[in-house]
Design a protein. Structure first.
Length: 158
């Protein structure tokens, strides 16, 4: 199973600002939609079916994003994602947006998800099966502070 998963997207007109740049708020939509599709395709985990059967799902607890280079109208992009830390009730995911050739880094996004039980209205623990999946795909990174990670990736890109 791949630890870093990726997919292609195209920047659409309705998501752009007057300068034909992807609007800042839309980056989150592109990242989250890509991750949802990737998890279904690569890990056979449908988060909506999971919620229907378990009444549990992941909610966003924290977001951090760095806008590096603009993404332009009709530009094809690659979005990569990976779990870089998991606990019995949280997932920390890193996503990177690249140009179509994966040469120019556009944005970096960290999101922390908390596993939540909609019946008890409380954080809950991942099942053994979920923990097994997450431990198989977890891809540790050396940086634990977002700004350090951004700097590391920018230096690596040079």
């Amino acid at each position: 199973m791949d630890k870093i998963i990726k997919s292609k997207v195209k920047v659409r007109f309705q998501d752009c600002d007057p300068f034909n740049h992807l609007n800042n708020s839309k980056y989150l939509d592109y990242f989250m939609n890509a991750r949802e599709d990737q998890v279904l395709e690569c890990y056979d985990l449908n988060v909506y079916e999971h919620f229907i059967t378990t009444k549990k799902n992941w909610v966003v607890a924290n977001n951090q994003i760095a806008y590096i280079k603009p993404a332009f109208l009709m530009e094809e992009l690659i979005i990569q994602s990976q779990i870089f830390k998991c606990t019995n009730s949280t997932l920390s995911v890193e996503m990177k947006m690249w140009d179509a050739h994966e040469k120019e880094l556009k944005a970096i996004y960290w999101v922390k998800f908390v596993y939540f039980d909609s019946v008890t209205k409380k954080r809950t623990q991942h099942s053994h099966e979920l923990m097994e999946l997450f431990s198989n795909v977890e891809n540790h990174i050396d940086q634990s502070i977002f700004e350090e990670r951004v700097n590391y990736l920018l230096i690596s890109e040079l």
